[in-house]
Design a protein around this ligand. Structure first.
Ligand code: GLC
Length: 563
């Protein structure tokens, strides 16, 4: 992490591990905690400051672990609490922090609390821990509101008791029907989640990523939504105003959580998975007595478009500055199409067919450029496992292998998110490419991945070595991380709206990041110098066309230069 900044989270590079797909120590086809432990050296050499591990709790896995059956247990297929302690010790010995995921909006329907609902009388205290309401219609045969699930279909399901008795009640599930929403109006719920945080903080966990952080509080008048007046609801609960997103009351929860985190030495840290309808509303979550950071999905949606990227960077920095919080940046995660595929020419945010080989190559060039551009921005950056290998989205998984509830709830009309969760190729030339000791992997890996494994990319001009190089530079260069950004757009001698350039000032080691989003070469004005620190692609040259030396950068390429 760049020197001189004492709050590590303000400018850390945090690597997301999706544990079931990262590394399998026992050959059952499912990644596990000892598997992560085996890869701590790899992550250390890659040059990341922290690891965020997606849920590893006990879970029926109906939503990849975001359906938690017991918040104090590790899924026995993944290990046990002592494995987490070993992992913490190994990571901490290398100076790396560990974030885990807390899922407070809903539990699994297999959680003891929901099971208690199914075995108790309507109106009993157990019922008040969930959002349960009488159905509408003369026989209560209609859901209480018209709210739609993020995963498609109704957000309410009829409540049928364990003994098979039908009731006039429905329970809310903003996600899958196996994920009942918890009632955050109930003080017992608040106390329980703080106790869970304490359990893991006591163990030494450095912080939490908060799942659906903007969703906990529901408008208690339970109004219907006029879906015709808002854009189509997208996968992650996009920044639209609904009675279940971004309600003011949610801030009280985080003020209380912050006090808890601050009571530890060193203080523990939060990053919210927060979608708000505007950058101003998003910034409210990062007020000094709330969450330290939140994900910034606006930037992720800007694509490979110079104007949109600049607008998003400006709005993000402005609004974070107002609350003295650092920005975060991310291009890929376990919920969205990998950026090597998403950024390929002609792709949409939800592509369904693989790009042509030529466009796939361009997608990777663009992804590398976007990564370098991102790593230079002020704040912290999240990387998603496998992006350092340039892994593409796997769009052609067989239907019977798919496991995402989105695939099931849309009857296969939407592919869902399995394509970015295919297990990582580490080595060798037959599946599972070193993911586990044998050939098992819970999702099949494409044959082409033998050329993308860590082993295959150890030497040469590979995407893995580019990431290592860029992360090393980010660590060495004191201008990166937290701090100021100055656009240098006005210094272009040639007007070119496909190029972005910003400077990170420093008294002795300033640097400038220049990105060419165009598909042609770009002659960089002399004022930018020729001292290249790191480049996202091979086509970078110093030429002298008679008027002195200047840089030429290739299509869809980003460079950092001194100055
Ligand atoms: C978050 C997670 C996603 C999960 C959903 C429901 O958006 O990132 O994977 O399906 O919440 O928990």
């Amino acid at each position: 992490m760049p020197s001189g900044k004492n709050e590590w989270w303000r400018d850390a590079v945090i690597y997301q591990v999706y544990p079931r797909s990262f590394s399998d120590s026992d050959g059952d086809g499912l990644g596990d905690i000892p598997g992560i432990l085996n890869r701590v050296n790899y992550l250390d050499n890659l040059g990341v400051d922290a690891i965020w591990i997606s849920p590893f709790y006990d879970s029926p896995l109906l939503d990849g672990g975001y359906d938690v059956a017991d918040y104090r247990l590790v899924d026995p297929r993944l290990g046990e609490v002592s494995d987490i302690e070993d992992l913490l010790a190994a990571a901490h010995s290398k100076g790396m922090k560990i974030f885990m995921d807390i899922v407070p909006n809903h539990t699994s329907s297999e959680h003891a609390w929901f099971q208690e609902v199914l075995r108790s009388e309507p109106g009993s205290p157990a019922w008040d821990r969930y959002v349960i309401k009488e159905g509408k219609g003369s026989n209560h045969e209609l859901p209480p509101t018209n709210w739609q699930s993020v995963f498609h279909g109704d957000a309410w399901s009829p409540l049928v008791l364990a003994n098979g008795e039908k009731t006039k009640y429905w329970y809310l599930h903003i996600f899958d029907s196996s994920q009942p929403d918890v009632n955050w109006e109930n003080p017992e719920v608040r106390a329980e989640f703080e106790d869970i945080l304490r359990f893991w903080f006591d163990l030494g966990i450095d912080g939490f990523r908060i799942d659906v952080a903007h969703g906990l509080i529901k408008d208690q008048s339970f109004p219907d939504i006029n879906y015709d007046s808002i854009p189509e609801q997208e996968l992650l609960g996009e920044p639209i105003l609904t009675p279940f997103w971004d309600q003011d009351g949610v801030h009280e929860v985080y003020r209380s959580w912050r006090k808890l985190a601050d009571s530890y030495d060193p203080p523990r840290v939060f990053c919210g998975e927060t979608s708000a309808p505007s950058p101003e509303r998003l910034a409210l979550y990062q007020r000094p007595d709330e969450l330290h950071t939140s994900f910034n999905f606006d930037y992720l949606r800007a694509g490979f478009d110079a104007a949109k990227l600049k607008t998003s960077v400006d709005a993000t920095l402005l609004n974070h500055k107002l609350v003295s919080a650092p920005a975060t940046w991310v291009l890929s995660n376990h919920d969205i199409v990998r950026h090597a595929t998403r950024l390929a020419p002609g792709q949409s945010e939800h592509p369904t067919i693989m790009p042509t080989p030529e466009n796939a190559d361009r997608g990777l060039s663009r992804a590398r450029a976007a990564t370098l551009f991102t790593l230079g921005l002020p704040g912290s950056t999240y990387l998603y496992q496998g992006e350092e290998l340039g892994l593409p989205e796997v769009l052609d998984l067989p239907g019977d292998a798919r496991q995402d509830p989105v695939w099931f709830r849309t009857q296969g009309k939407e592919l869902g998110r399995d394509g970015c969760r295919v297990p990582i190729p580490w080595s060798g030339d037959i599946p599972s490419y070193g993911f586990g000791p044998g050939e098992n992997s819970w999702l099949p890996q494409p044959d082409s991945w033998q050329n993308l494994s860590v082993q295959a990319q150890e030497s040469g001009d590979t995407t893995l070595n580019f990431y290592r190089d860029a992360l090393a530079k980010r660590r060495e260069e004191p201008a990166t991380g937290d701090g100021e950004l100055e656009w240098r757009m006005d210094e272009f001698t040639i007007a070119n709206d496909s190029v972005l350039a910003y400077r990170r000032p420093h008294p002795t080691q300033p640097l400038t990041c220049i990105m060419n989003t165009d598909d042609g070469m770009w002659k960089v004005p002399q004022i930018f110098g020729t001292d290249v620190l790191v480049a996202s692609g091979p086509e970078v040259a110093v030429v002298d066309s008679g008027d002195g030396e200047h840089l030429v950068i290739g299509p869809e390429t980003c460079v950092w230069v001194r100055g």
